[in-house]
Design a protein. Structure first.
Length: 334
């Protein structure tokens, strides 16, 4: 139930932004309580939303239910975007670092003038944080580690650097008997000139075995995250590789979703919504929740009366209209 955690984190971020604005404590508590209750759910929040039962969740009223519905359907929340514009950019940036909450973000800015993650990393490395109230050597060390990791993640990689590493990881994992299919995703699959982290999608009926094998790869210098479906490693070159492991039944839908781009996906979800359907990384569903397509990308596009769109064209720059009329260009393969 990945979306449960995703929505809970969004609500907690909103609560932090409201704290930075010095909003009413009761309003802030409403968001944190809602996040806690969503994490405690035994059901998938997408299924609850599909059935119109969001306001049955304790602590979620009509207004908050509408916000959650908007986010689940579009991948965006207008209120959250507007809130970020109202809060000083410095605070928003520093809140990305685990261990930096609203109070610490304010203190860092007011006492040391820190406005970026790189400045925070430099201050931690120079031991200028430990004497601040609420910090100390251990907190400083943890912040330095997390800030360094974030700084690494924000560095864009050239396609020529990232692609060979992704292909090496895929080739190594493809040998594992539990791996049924494997493919790079994200901006790497769309062949953008630069990318962020390397994202790879795997189809498997035995996620824990694949996750364990991933962590043991000779290319892995450090394991950043463990778990049966979303492990992450740092390669010997210092690049982050995130693995997503999904069931074969929804591999095509997940590959389409995690390839992006976000703008392309929003446009596709809009086409599905026009028919009363819903598209997510789990598949394409009709009004009654019946799955219409999910195993392959081709199924997804065909169900939406579209020609399959090559990943390189998925930027919402006219490719969907061309796919509807079956006049997409033939890409040259080298």
């Amino acid at each position: 139930m990945r979306r449960n955690e995703e929505v809970a984190q969004l609500l907690e971020t909103i609560a932090e932004l409201l704290m930075l604005k010095d909003e009413n404590p009761y309003r802030i508590r409403a968001y944190t309580t809602a996040a806690q209750n969503i994490r405690a759910l035994s059901e998938d929040i997408e299924e609850i939303a599909r059935q119109g039962r969001l306001d049955d969740i304790p602590g979620i009223g009509e207004a908050l239910a509408a916000k959650i519905q908007e986010y689940l359907e579009t991948g965006r929340l207008r209120y959250y975007e507007e809130l970020k514009q109202e809060v000083p950019e410095v605070a928003v940036d520093l809140l990305e670092v685990p261990g930096i909450g609203p109070a610490r973000a304010h203190r860092l800015y007011e006492t040391l003038g820190i406005t970026t993650i790189s400045e925070l990393l430099r201050a931690a490395q120079e031991h200028r944080l430990r004497d601040l109230p609420g910090f100390g050597p251990k907190v400083e060390e943890r912040i330095a580690r997390e800030a360094a990791r974030l700084a690494q993640r924000t560095r864009r990689l050239l396609l020529g650097v990232a692609l060979p590493i992704a292909e090496e990881v895929a080739a190594l994992l493809r040998r594992h008997p539990a791996v049924e299919a494997i493919e790079p995703a994200g901006s790497l699959r769309r062949m953008k000139e630069t990318i962020g982290d390397i994202d790879i999608l795997v189809s498997s009926r035995q996620p824990p075995e694949v996750s364990h094998a991933f962590a043991q790869l000779p290319i892995a210098r450090e394991v950043l995250a463990t778990g049966p479906t979303r492990p992450s490693i740092l390669t010997r070159e210092g690049l982050q590789v995130d693995l997503r492991i999904v069931e074969p039944d929804c591999y095509g839908a997940a590959l389409q979703y995690f390839t992006g781009s976000k703008e392309h996906n929003i446009a596709l979800r809009g086409l599905a919504a026009e028919r009363g359907w819903k598209l997510s990384e789990y598949g394409l569903f009709d009004k009654g929740g019946q799955r219409l397509a999910s195993r392959t990308e081709e199924e997804i596009y065909q169900a939406l009366a579209l020609q399959w769109v090559p990943p390189e064209l998925r930027e919402n720059r006219g490719e969907i209209e061309a796919a509807r009329e079956h006049r997409l260009p033939q890409l040259v393969e080298l």
